[in-house]
Design a protein around this ligand. Structure first.
Ligand code: CMP
Length: 138
């Protein structure tokens, strides 16, 4: 079934100039970009996006990191989008990410792991709407 997932290219990847290379891998894997923008999250907005992790010990570090610099947010369409995109990005910890995955190639650590990918259809819809209005989704 054709469905959608949500991704962010995180501040570490933006700083290293990896945005183009990551988008190339996303396109090569058959994902269609149906919304995209570059933006800079405030600490408040980063905290809100990751509110589900607010009780985790790494939450403060995550909010600092995600508000450190610009990110690229996008909604991606493909059959089996959520699961296939998580395969394409690889494990959260790049040390465990398989060869050929985005995190294997571009991520430095479990915290600074280059990209985000939604973990369910429901969260993909919530996360996409966090960044994009109906007029910005194609
Ligand atoms: P992401 O897939 O965007 O979802 C939650 C994020 O929290 C994750 O990527 C990492 O950036 C971060 N994260 C997860 N586990 C840890 C950890 N143990 N230490 C620091 N950051 C983490």
């Amino acid at each position: 079934m054709i469905n959608r997932t949500f991704t962010m290219i995180k501040p570490d990847a933006t700083e290293k100039g990896s945005t183009g290379g990551i988008l190339q891998m996303i396109n090569a894997a058959g994902f269609k970009i149906v919304a995209m923008k570059m933006t800079h999250l405030s600490k408040e907005k980063a905290g809100e996006f990751y509110a589900v992790h607010s009780e985790r010990p790494f939450y403060g570090e995550l909010v600092e990191f995600m508000s450190r610099g610009p990110i690229t947010a996008a909604i991606l369409e493909k059959d089996n989008a959520v699961e296939d995109f998580r395969k394409l990005i690889g494990a959260t910890n790049p040390a465990n990410a398989e060869e050929g995955t985005i995190r294997r190639k571009y991520a430095a650590s479990i915290g600074e792991n280059a990209v985000h990918g939604s973990d369910s259809d429901e969260n993909a819809a919530i996360e996409g709407s966090f960044f994009f209005s109906a007029l910005e989704k194609f």
